[in-house]
Each structure stands twice: as structure tokens, then as C-alpha cells.
Write a protein that binds this ligand. Structure first.
Ligand code: HGY
Ligand code: MN
Ligand code: MN
Length: 415
């Protein structure tokens, strides 16, 4: 059994290796189906193949690595995370879970562990949903919940999702076949950076996740009247951008007033046909609302939609409110949560549990299988930012915890 520090160093080396692949020389960006995504994906596939797993790329561009046990009709335990990124990302969000999962499986192979279940290691191809404003494309194929209507969705340059899939050499007619049958799942385990400040402030290396917040992703179009910046009097304008700006600030104010229950973010705002001497006639923005409680989430979205209508009516602006994606809050499996907490306690570490404000591939998986997530401390909780970072000692602690968890699972299912 390799010493933990060496394993942690090899994990960091692979994280850095993968981080060197990007669409953008100035930062880390690997969005679904791009050449950089494919290059990074193929590097991960090589590592998984070298480890001795039965490796393939599936019809949505996931990397699938299978370690089959000797028991006939054994169920499958999936260890996974994603390898796509946001724009100008950090290097840990996603790859950490894939590369640590690979390390776990490598140890099982090297120690010739007798497994009572199959293990499938998966690097999901589109958790962030940046390019097509989707999300969980990879994990939805694996769970059989992929919505074929998404195949016609276009990216900013007008390329359809199905074209991007074909460009990767993947075949959409296999999408259904690539699902893992619901009754063959034993469980799911994802290691992920916390992307929040609790572990950093509490000085704890890792924690078990008990639930994942629900999300609503909405696209709002504000339609005013384009006009000449020099000639239209200030009291005669239908300025779509000023209307959108008022909504953005009112949304922030509402979310601050309700900060215990929800978070709300406008992360994208596009002025259509923008020019410095044109009064903005059309603006399209995103709205991301999250809550650990479904009722709070629905109530917040209803309030914000009314707020949007009120602000735009007062400005004689038309709006379109389009729900792009919604996921209900998810509870992690109680038995797996207890087993993971015990695996942390075995290292004499304080065991706390966290709710995830971020979405994860565990969300679609939770519909058909018990899920567990282990959060790893990251620098000041920063994520979706090049400053995202994880200390070697926390990787080492997480290797130990995850080894414990796998051994505890083997014991549990060997009974
Ligand atoms: O947006 C999220 O919660 C995740 O990073 N995709
Ligand atoms: Mn992310
Ligand atoms: Mn992530």
C-alpha cells in the first residue's frame, strides 16, 4: 500500500497536469465538447486505462472506467465527479473527485482487494452546463434521465448540442444504452471541494455532505426600445439595461434580506446589439436561485418574478421569464452519511456535516441510487475562480478517509 503522502503528491501532480489543458491560454476553461475538453478527457482516460480498468468514452463524452468483481450479478458502486469547468475556473472543482477516485481504485487493484461489488469510476462531461446552459448532461445519460429535447439546444455560436456530440465522435443513438440500469446501482460517492468557507474557518480538512440545495436557473429577456443616445430625451426612453439593472439590484436586496433561506445570483447579462451610442433595446440575463428548502425556493422565485414584472411595467418594458433548469433539494443517503462520518472519525478528526449550496452530479444520481459526498477544505472557500486551492495535507487526510470509507463499504457488503 503506497504511503498516503506519495498518493496525495501524485493526485496533485495529475490535477496540475490536467489544469494545463484549456481553451484559454490565460486561464482554465474546458467546456463541454471543445477540443480542450476532449484533450483533457483523453488524458484522464489514459490514466484510467493505465490503472487497469476497462475504459471507454460513452455517447455523451463521459470517461467510464469499470473494475468488475468476481461475483456474478454484483451491483455497481459508482465513484465520480466532473472534468468540465466553468470559464476561467479553478483547477480543483470536478477533477479532484475524479483523480482521487482513480487513486482509490488504483489502491484496490494494487492490493488485489476482494470486492463484493463492481466499481465504476466516471469522469462526467458536463456538470457545469456552461456551453449549452444545461447541466448534468453526463450524469443524466448515466442515470437514464437525459432529455433528448436538449439535443437541439444551441451554444453562443449557434452550434447545436447534437453537433457538438458528433464532433466528439460520440453517437447520440447510444445515449439510452449508456445508462446504468437503476436496479444495478449499489451507491454513489463523490469527493468535491467545499466551495464554501466553513471548513477553512473551522480548520477541518473534510466533512460529510447531508444535503444539496435545490436550484432554479432562469433566463430573463428585457425588451425596451433601442434609440439614439444623443437625441432621445431622458424621460422618453425605454432603456432595457436600466430596467435590468434595477431588477438585479432589487434581487440582491431581497436575497440579502432572506440570506438565511436563499441565495440569488445574476451571473450573465448580455446587451443585444450593444453599442456605446445606442440606448439598449434588449437585454438578456440569467438568474440562479438556490435553497435547501423547496418551499423557500418556490416562494423566492415567485417573489422575484413579481418583482421583475413590477419594475418592468413601471418602465414600459416587456419581459420574458424562461425557466431553463430546476432541481429539487437532495438528501444524501443516511446509511452512507453515517458510514462516511465514521470513516472521518476513524482518523480522529472532528466530524461535522454540511449542506451543499453548489449543485453536483450526485443530484441526478440521487433519483435512482443512494449518494454520499465528501467535501474537502479549500482556500477561504473560494471556487469558480483561479484562486481556488487545496492544501496537500488535506488531500492526504482525504485519501485516508476515502480508503476507510471503501474498506467500510466492503465490510458492510461482505456481510
Ligand atoms: O452551479 C453549481 O452549483 C455547480 O458548480 N455546477
Ligand atoms: Mn462548479
Ligand atoms: Mn463541481
Amino acid at each position: 500500500m503506497e504511503v498516503y503522502l506519495e498518493r496525495a503528491q501524485r493526485i496533485v501532480a495529475r490535477i496540475n497536469d490536467l489544469a494545463g489543458i484549456s481553451e484559454d491560454p490565460k486561464g482554465i476553461t474546458r467546456t463541454f465538447g471543445t477540443a480542450a475538453f476532449v484533450e483533457g478527457r483523453d488524458k484522464v482516460a489514459d490514466w484510467i486505462k493505465e490503472a487497469g480498468l476497462e475504459t471507454r468514452i460513452d455517447s455523451i463524452g463521459n470517461v467510464r472506467g469499470k473494475l468488475s468483481c468476481s461475483q456474478p450479478n454484483a451491483k455497481t458502486f459508482v465513484i465520480a465527479s466532473h472534468i468540465d469547468t466553468v470559464v476561467n475556473a479553478g483547477k480543483w472543482d470536478g477533477p479532484l473527485g475524479v483523480i482521487m477516485g482513480l487513486d482509490l481504485v488504483e489502491q484496490l487493484i494494487q492490493t488485489e482487494a476482494e470486492l463484493p461489488f463492481n466499481i465504476e469510476l466516471i469522469a462526467f462531461s458536463d456538470e457545469e452546463g456552461v456551453r449549452f446552459h444545461t447541466t448534468y448532461l453526463g450524469s443524466k445519460v448515466v442515470t437514464g434521465s437525459f432529455d433528448k429535447h436538449l439535443l437541439g439546444k444551441k451554444d453562443a455560436s449557434g452550434i447545436m448540442l447534437k453537433e457538438a456530440i458528433a464532433t466528439m465522435g460520440c453517437n447520440i443513438s447510444d445515449l439510452q444504452k449508456d445508462a446504468i440500469e437503476a436496479d444495478t446501482w449499489l451507491g454513489y460517492f463523490e469527493i468535491h471541494i467545499e466551495q464554501g468557507p466553513v471548513l477553512y474557518e473551522r480548520n477541518i480538512p473534510a466533512a460529510v455532505v447531508t444535503s444539496i440545495a435545490g436550484q432554479r436557473r432562469i433566463e430573463i429577456t428585457f425588451e425596451g426600445m433601442a434609440g439614439h443616445a444623443g437625441t432621445v430625451p431622458m424621460d422618453r426612453r425605454n432603456d432595457a439595461l436600466c430596467c435590468a439593472a434595477g431588477f438585479v439590484l432589487q434581487t440582491e436586496k431581497y436575497a440579502i434580506e432572506n440570506k438565511e433561506r436563499i441565495v440569488a445570483t445574476v451571473g450573465k447579462l448580455n446587451i443585444v446589439n450593444a453599442a456605446s451610442n445606442v440606448i439598449p433595446g434588449e437585454v438578456v440575463c440569467s438568474l440562479d436561485v438556490r435553497s435547501a428548502d423547496e418551499t423557500d425556493l418556490n416562494q423566492a422565485c415567485g417573489h422575484l418574478q413579481n418583482l421583475c414584472n413590477k419594475i418592468s411595467e413601471a418602465r414600459n418594458i416587456k419581459t420574458r421569464w424562461k425557466l431553463i433548469q430546476q432541481t429539487a433539494p437532495v438528501s444524501c443517503d443516511k446509511d452512507l452519511v453515517n458510514l462516511l462520518s465514521h470513516s472521518i472519525a476513524q482518523e480522529n478528526l472532528e466530524t461535522i456535516s454540511l449542506v451543499s449550496g453548489a449543485g453536483h452530479d450526485a443530484v441526478p444520481v440521487s433519483v435512482i441510487a443512494p449518494v454520499a459526498m465528501l467535501f474537502v477544505r479549500c482556500f477561504k472557500g473560494i471556487s469558480h475562480n483561479p484562486l481556488e486551492d487545496v492544501e496537500l495535507k488535506d488531500i492526504e487526510a482525504t485519501v485516508k478517509i476515502s480508503d476507510n470509507f471503501i474498506q467500510n463499504l466492503i465490510k458492510k457488503y461482505n456481510q
